[in-house]
Design a protein. Sequence first.
Lengths: 338, 310, 541
Amino acid sequence: MSEINNHEFLNDDFQFAHERGEKLIDKTYKASSYWKDVWGNFSKNKGALIGAVIILIIIFFALVGPSMNPHTYKSIQHGHECLVPRIPGLEKIGIAKGYFKGNDQYAAKGVKDVYYWFGTDTQGRDIFTRVWAGTRVSLVIAFAAVVVDICIGMVYGLVSGFIGGRVDLYLQRFAEILNGIPTLVVVTLLGLVLKPGISSIVFSLVLTGWIGMERIARAQVLKVKEQEYILASTTLGASKFRLIFKEVLPNIFGQVIITSMFSIPSAIFLEAYLSFLGLGVPAPLASLGSLVSDGYKSMTTYPHILLIPVVVLGILMLCFNLFADGLRDAFDPKMLNK
Amino acid sequence: MKKYIMKRVLISIATLLVIILVLFLLMDLMPGTPFNDEKLTEAQLALLYKKYGLDKPLIVRFLLYLKNMLTGDLGVSYAINKNFAISDMIKGRLGISIAVGAMAMIFGTIMGLLLGILAALNHNSWIDNLCSVISVIGVSVPSYVCALLLCYYVAYKMKLLPILYNQTMPFRSLILPALALSVSPTANIARFTRSEMIDVLNSDYILLAQSKGIKDYKMIIRHALRNTLIPIITVMGPLLVNLLTGSSVIERIFGIPGIGLLMISGIQQNDYNVTIACSFIYSVMYIAVMLVVDILYGVIDPRIRVSKEG
Amino acid sequence: MKKLFSLIMVLLLLVGCSGGNGGNGGGGSDATVRTVTVQAPTPIISMDHHIATDGTSFIAQTMIISGLMELDANGNPLPDMAESYEMSDDGLVYTFKIRDDANWSNGDPVTANDFVYGWNRLVDPDTASDYSWILETACVESYEAVDDKTFKVTLGAPTGFFLALTAFPSFFPMNQKFVEEKGDQYSLTPNDLLFNGPYVMTSWTSGYSFEFELNPNYWNAAEYAEKYAEKVVFREITDTQTALMEYESGNLDNVTLSGEQVDANKDVAGFINKLTGYMYYLSINMGNNVHERDGAANLANANVRQAILYAIDRDEIARVLNDGSVAANGIIPIGLASNPSTGKDFRDDAGAVVAYDVDKAKEYYAAAVAELGHDVTFELLYGTDEGDSIIKAAEQIQYYLEQVGFTVNLNGKPKKERLDLAGNANDHDYDVMLTRWGPDYGDPQTYMDLFVSTNSSNNDGGYNSADYDALVADAEGGAGATDADVRWKDFLAAEVQLVKTDAAVVPVFQAGGAMIINPAVTGIEFHSAAVDSYRHIQVNR
């Protein structure tokens, strides 16, 4: 600092720009819409694209998979219980040969020319069919969980946090009461009024699934609402609605997306618990959650029954997260300017 | 600030009263009775109802319950441990659940923060990707699967720790359950820390601090972490409550006499008093933690305090 | 931050230090080699033998309290508190002579009055015992203390199973002075219990364990000190997979296996398949249709029910369950009761009254469709929290029924809700329910009474058959009351009427329990129609 203070300007310290002989041309960017920018950013993100493609592949299997072989999710083959995966073609190179602990399980059961791509469960049902049928159910639940998170949780948190004061107080107490009662007590009671199935799952999510998101959205709002750009917008006469959804929302969207992605597995596992209460999808239809909790029982004996749904769920989650990361970066206004 | 806290505490107590009332209403709606058994006849059932005062109107039962609660009497169990005072049943179990939960929270917070910071500092590198994969796996693999894996390899194969909970060595036998429980908080906290940290690291004041020549680690701790903490505390609150009030699955796997299993059996067997007592503990913890979180906001971020008091 | 860091370091150090001396001692890690650690199937619900209703509580009670009789390994009564007994020629009056050296652990002698007090308390409405009806079922008309050591019981009809029933906890004696002194506190902790059995309860932590040690005041203490386990620890473990690891690590002396674990362990030393008395059957709602359910309306059709009866391959279901369960051949389980003359088991005498025959089932189904004019759809209600086997069985039953042409929708509900739906509280709001019944005593009557038209508590399906009612009435109050053979034949005929002729209930399987017991431990006795016994355990380590 002191060096600058002592410095005296000399005549040749500055020169006119046009005398430098440079041609200064304003770089003109093509006008592009917000959505085009979002897409541009998103498509540049390799991870997000891979995620999107794999999600599409999984959706494809969820739609087509259950009818790719003659089995149905509830058809039982007596005598074919607990078979490990065996895939034609791959078995020649030593993968998925149908060997369990060194023995050819298929030969032992006398079913040499039968192939179960993902094996069978303890009742002799084709896991391939059941996993994809289950994925179908779980995808619907995942979608519902995200919608509930965004439509109820995020909006509730935004309003509560931004308006503050008395409104915040009441909204927060209501959420506290709702969350202060353990979810299990609430959903157990739902069993009385609802018929088992997807709609009852969605309804339990609507009742209890959004509170985590609400807390996070509110906290984020509290963080940004004192920032200068909000003040600027307010002084310019922006309405509350505009402030919340146009100014605050884009700046907290990153966290919101991440949170909603993380609420997917808990929703999927909530469904498994709901089926236990007689509220989830009725047996013998499965979901990824119920396949995992079923598979757990044979984890130390026939691990493939657990492993396959866990892997499918893991890949699905990984891709959802890659995709969400891409979305977050694409939507983030700060990223757009870079 | 003092006035604000006082006001919040009073409101919280009122909220708790409402919750107890709602719980009573819900219990009344529950299907079946605590005495449901293939072998009971109608007349016996009526007798049991009378014996436990369940034939009285809801509001009378509610007021009686409140009155008894003030003297520390939470009623007796109808089904799980017949005629046991619930306060006695809960005493031993709560301590164990809190111990496991607190251990899990400590593991989870440490690992989560480390993973998150590591990922943020190496944004878009392979380290970042690895941390992301770890945390995604952490939320998609249920805790019971992790628990059994830990049990099998660490306890059964390597014999490093006991398989089941053991009263004679509580700390050692609670390490595995705590680890299994910490997987999900680790993942959650890691994801949050990463994403907050990236935001903060890109903000102007950090750039300023950097250009002033502050060393990296100092900058992270003094400037970035503090601003990252607010939203993380928001996630940590509910996670903590869930951990402290026990996880029935983990308790079942490790044979831990905790409060999570008690609550599940209470719900399943319609043991009203047990369910209400366990839910009440849950509610108290939840509301207390939320209160602390709200107050902490003010401590960590002075701007929020200003706006709240204003 | 610094504090947090040091906390972590301390924790890590603790873990590191204690990690070294890992490994766990064997089952006999306690000082004595005659300690046995067994898996408690479920928690104890109450130690008060008039309040408890579940197997584990009864097991614990038989450890510490002795009745007039106890059971041997085969379920036959042996004298315990009673030194001897006399039965009058008509089988109606039993006079028990109580041992002179039978004492409670507080020093009081066990007297006939303790039995009188205990039995009075059992039927006292204030006790609200779930088993208050059992004296009546055993046809007990009166009982009295002739003197301090003589207890006389008069029956209304000769009851073959009465003697064995005196080994059941409901019939145990109670020390009036002690019980009244403890009041509400009685039986809540080991200190609030009085013992006259071979063991005393030394600790009880709900959800964790309960422990017993030899009772020096037991009349047969000398033999126990010499032969039987000195300490029996029951450890509550619900998860079958960690329980098996614990067994294999040598910390447990027995372990119950799930169906999934049986294949890998059936050749292990000590593997057994015990049969329990629980009979799982389909209760068909054929007469109670207040709710005007479509399914229940169809089930009144005899051909529909016959189709269900023949459609189910019970052997395959038992094989898939793989947990030791066996196919049911009738509503009376194996090992419940034996022929009073020949000693043959009821099941052997009755043979199979059900069969699997797809073609026959399809014929019946076709006939039913012709009569009703439409295909048959109904709901199968089952319990979701009653074990994996039940869920599997429900799925298997659905599969078999759909092979014949039925459309079956599964309706899984938690047990309390299932019972609530099917019971009177909801006017029997169900079509078909997979349910179970465990015998209270070793006689077919415990099952047959369920389905008589006058039994409003248990006959959920509303079965109403004059023939069946007449057979059961004849067995219990008519000719059968005095002639055991007639009674036996009546029950045989009643089962055929109920299951084969009317297909009012469809037996599916008798539950089993696959288990590994450490070969060094003997004397855990399983009774399908009575309480399992852990009071004769011997250790040979």
